[in-house]
Design a protein around this ligand. Structure first.
Ligand SMILES: Cc1cc2nc3c(=O)[nH]c(=O)nc-3n(C[C@H](O)[C@H](O)[C@H](O)COP(=O)(O)O)c2cc1C
Length: 199
């Protein structure tokens, strides 16, 4: 009996501090979420994690994420491909499409959100990374502060719904034709996000 009760004391002193530490870490990290059909956006998310360094979560697949969990983070980086070519709605062709209504109804005011996307600027030149704009508008509707716009310089495409006032609303990546540029593009973008207050 004496042994059991002292063991209980030792376990409780060990477990309690870990719970506290975990709770604090979750709030201060940037949440990194993505969806994918063939893996390119997952690879891009891994580049984002790599270039960000400390202070960001591992990439989390929206297939395995509850929309409510997006609220746990002070800042979010979210990524999606474009598959539903030419469509006004549900452009990503992935799990994000089923979440947009719910995302719009979250209260994300005071949180910074940045979007990246994967597309094909050659084969789908008139719809390049159209999904970025749909993600952007859902998070904007939730009250988030949207950051991470990117110049169109260096991209070769015909049209994109994700270009507003001459800039992409997030970071476009083209793993199909320009995969060799992904690392540098992500690196520059992450620096931009950090300068905008992601840390
Ligand atoms: C049927 C089909 C439709 C596509 N539609 C578009 C499109 O409208 N715009 C675009 O930029 N890329 C389009 N793509 C290219 C994909 O978005 C690109 O390959 C992307 O990297 C896929 O990302 P994922 O592997 O994360 O799913 C399309 C590809 C296929 C096969």
């Amino acid at each position: 009996m004496i042994f059991k009760s002292s063991l209980r004391v030792r376990l409780s002193t060990f477990v309690a501090p870990r719970r506290v530490r975990r709770g604090v870490a979750a709030r201060s990290e940037v949440g990194l979420f993505y969806s994918t059909s063939t893996g390119n956006t997952e690879c891009a998310a891994e580049w984002v994690q790599d270039k960000f360094g400390d202070g960001i979560t591992a990439p989390m697949d929206m297939c395995e994420t509850k929309v409510e969990d997006l609220k746990k983070y002070d800042a979010l980086i979210v990524g999606a491909p474009t598959w539903n070519t030419g469509s006004d709605e549900q452009r990503t062709g992935t799990a994000w499409d089923d979440t947009f209504d719910e995302v719009k109804n979250l209260d994300l005011s005071g949180k910074k959100v940045a979007v990246f996307g994967c597309g094909d600027s050659a084969a789908y030149s008139e719809y390049f990374c159209d999904g970025i704009e749909e993600l952007h508008s859902a998070f904007k509707a939730a009250g988030a502060t949207m950051v991470g716009e990117v110049s169109t310089d260096g991209y070769d495409y015909a049209e994109s719904k994700s270009v507003v006032d001459g800039k992409f609303l997030g970071l476009p990546l083209d793993e199909d034709n320009e995969g060799d540029q992904t690392e540098a593009r992500v690196e520059a973008w992450v620096e931009q996000l950090k300068a905008a207050g992601f840390a």
